[in-house]
Design a protein around this ligand. Structure first.
Ligand code: BG6
Length: 450
């Protein structure tokens, strides 16, 4: 693909996400030769800073000299504007003066979802929503709303201005190596595909543990909590990909149709194993930020069932949390024991497949094998696919992958509106049960389940 003439207009341009994810992704795209090194970047926020100061902010966002040299060459502009108060007048002139002729444009909204409708309205009122010849696309960071109603309203407002084909709802988990590998593993290996159903599988657990706390996002997090921050998006996306049936074609709509079928059929179990928790120092962190004591969860473990015949009765467990013992992510698929065979043997263990999400992206299969030491005894053996040994270190930059998909106009790695809505419905069902779920305080950097 030839280098794209794209300009990036970043709302929330001085935010944490711009610094941590978007700027390194832009450097990565230049390095890969996917965008021009003199591309235009226009940052927007309420801050009053000059173009030079913004350039410094972007330069400080990358560590390596190579990336700094890429950022230096970019054509960087800054626009001070309050998008809640018709504050974008003058932006059109700046964009048009800065962009190369015939250039396409990407609006990237990494602000709170509360500002999405205002920004979209302002883009329209400034006549910035359409371009001749080249494309105009708009990317929305997660969360897409705070509940079902607000996400539906967002869609309504957005569709008044932009065509759905140009709307990209971002969930960076969909660009993770492991998550992209799920369908390949499932649909190209009869060994896995044939056993991937309730006949053979007892439970599926998706774990995304983090060792850091909520850091400087406490204001957002104090309203959201782990369920809205992580379940609604990342965990339900991974689960739906894992359970979905083979689509009739590997195209955007067919893949998303299959995912939606799963989401529509998920139900929360009436289980005493659900658990919510909060790390001990959270209360203090909230107080320092002037927030009231709250029972928001920084840890959640919820059990679900999928009513689709193929999966009905397989226990689905989603677990995530902050300030836990270590940062790691895994999908653990546990098989049912064999019914009759092998019962004359001792020590038979359950078969298991573990797919690592983080820090590795390995796949391990645990099976029984004969123990050479003892007659009639079985030992568990691990069959391991080490991704790094096979393909070298994973240097993939998830945000660069996603930005490149936006440029290509391929929405497969983005969430579709009906998926987002179904996920919010699941969250609402959990919210209704909240009072019946055990809530604990856990020590910082511990495992709440121990
Ligand atoms: C974000 C959440 O979407 O994902 C954060 O808002 C979380 O709270 C982050 O820390 C985790 O992403 P990753 O890629 O580090 O697992």
């Amino acid at each position: 693909m030839k280098k794209q003439e794209v300009s990036f207009v970043l709302f929330g341009g001085t935010g944490d996400l711009t610094k941590r994810k978007i700027v390194p992704a832009l450097a990565n795209l230049i390095h890969q030769g996917k965008i021009r090194d003199d591309s235009t970047i226009i940052g927007i926020s309420r801050k009053k800073i000059s173009d030079e100061e913004y350039k410094k902010f972007l330069l400080d966002s990358v560590k390596e000299d190579r990336d700094k040299s890429y950022i230096k060459k970019l054509d960087i502009k800054f626009f001070t504007g309050d998008f809640t108060k018709s504050g974008l007048s003058g932006l059109k002139e700046l964009i048009e003066k800065s962009e190369k002729p015939g250039c396409s444009r990407i609006y990237y909204l990494s602000t709170s979802f509360k500002f999405f409708p205002d920004i979209v309205k302002e883009l329209k009122s400034q006549n910035l929503h359409k371009k001749n010849q080249a494309f105009t696309r708009i990317v929305f960071e997660k969360p897409f709303g705070k509940d079902l109603k607000s996400s539906e309203n967002l869609d309504k407002e957005i569709h008044k201005v932009f065509l759905e084909e140009n709307v990209f709802r971002l969930d960076h988990y969909l660009a993770k190596e492991t998550v992209q590998n799920l369908n390949v593993l499932k649909f190209t290996n009869p060994l896995l595909y044939s056993t991937f159903n309730k006949e053979y599988i007892e439970s599926i657990e998706i774990i995304v543990d983090e060792d850091q706390g909520v850091e400087n996002r406490i204001e957002y997090y104090n309203d959201a909590g782990a369920i809205k921050d992580m379940f609604q998006s990342h965990l339900l996306q991974v689960l739906s990909l894992l359970l979905m049936e083979m689509p009739s074609a590997l195209v955007y709509d067919k893949i998303h149709d299959e995912k939606v079928k799963i989401l529509k059929n998920l139900e929360i179990l009436q289980s005493k194993h659900h658990l919510l928790g909060q790390y001990e120092s959270y209360e203090k962190e909230a107080k320092v930020s002037g927030l009231n004591k709250s029972k928001i969860e920084t840890f959640a473990k919820i059990e679900l069932n999928c009513k689709i015949k193929k999966w009905d009765s397989v226990k689905l467990i989603l677990r995530t949390g902050k300030k836990l013992k270590r940062k790691f992510g895994q999908i653990i698929i546990k098989f049912k024991p064999m019914k009759n065979n092998g019962n004359h043997l001792a020590n038979i263990a359950d078969n298991k497949i573990i797919i690592d999400i983080y820090p590795k992206q390995d796949v391990s299969i645990f099976m029984n094998t004969r123990s050479p030491e003892f007659y009639n005894q079985v030992k568990q053996a691990k069959f391991e696919f080490c991704r790094e040994c096979e393909f070298g270190p994973n240097t993939m930059n998830e945000y660069a992958t996603l930005l490149h998909e936006v440029i290509k106009g391929d929405k497969t790695l983005f969430t579709r509106s009906d998926e987002v809505k179904e996920s919010w419905k699941i969250v609402e069902r959990i919210e209704k049960m909240r009072d019946q779920i055990k809530f604990i305080k856990y020590k910082d950097n511990s495992n709440p389940e121990e």
